[in-house]
Design a binder for this molecule. Structure first.
Ligand code: HEC
Length: 128
């Protein structure tokens, strides 16, 4: 093998190696844009955050760790005790399991869940 060919081979091999090291940048989760004019339903949008896949109800169910977030029980467990109507972002149900909080390392909301919950509180934390 001529030296030139060998050199080319090395170049190809290195190019392949570098290409295989391409890194897929992890895009940080962006909060979804929520239209405050569209009412958020507790029953169809908020309660499922707690119960789908036993997300929260694995621990927060009837007879277990309060608040009881199981379907049908969640509203009375949250309102009014875990809601702050004057400073909505200070509502325990919002910030305590927030992905950026240092509290509640058991399980966090996704940013999308947290954003939806805050908007629901801003809309008056209705049992709708
Ligand atoms: C693995 C079990 C577990 C899971 C799953 C879990 N939690 Fe908790 N959570 C706890 C425990 C234990 C406490 C009490 C100790 C503490 O405050 O960290 C608690 C406390 C809380 C509190 C504070 C209540 C208060 O009165 O101060 C809130 C709010 C809460 N959890 C919400 C949630 C939400 C929402 C989810 C689902 C995203 C969730 N938890 C999932 C175990 C869990």
């Amino acid at each position: 093998m001529k030296t030139r060919h060998f050199f080319l081979l090395i170049v190809f091999a290195l190019t392949g190696l570098l290409a295989s090291c391409e890194y897929d940048f992890v895009v940080p989760e962006k909060p979804p844009v929520i239209d405050p004019e569209v009412p958020i339903s507790f029953a169809t949008q908020i309660e499922p955050i707690f119960s789908n896949g036993n997300n929260c109800t694995a621990c927060h169910k009837t007879g277990a760790t309060p608040p009881d977030l199981s379907t049908g029980m969640a509203y009375n467990a949250i309102v009014p005790s875990l809601i702050n109507t004057t400073d909505t972002a200070a509502s325990i149900i919002y910030w305590y399991p927030h992905p950026n909080s240092t509290t509640h390392n058991w399980k966090k909301y996704t940013l999308a869940d947290a954003t939806l919950i805050l908007e629901w509180i801003k809309q008056g934390a209705k049992n709708n």
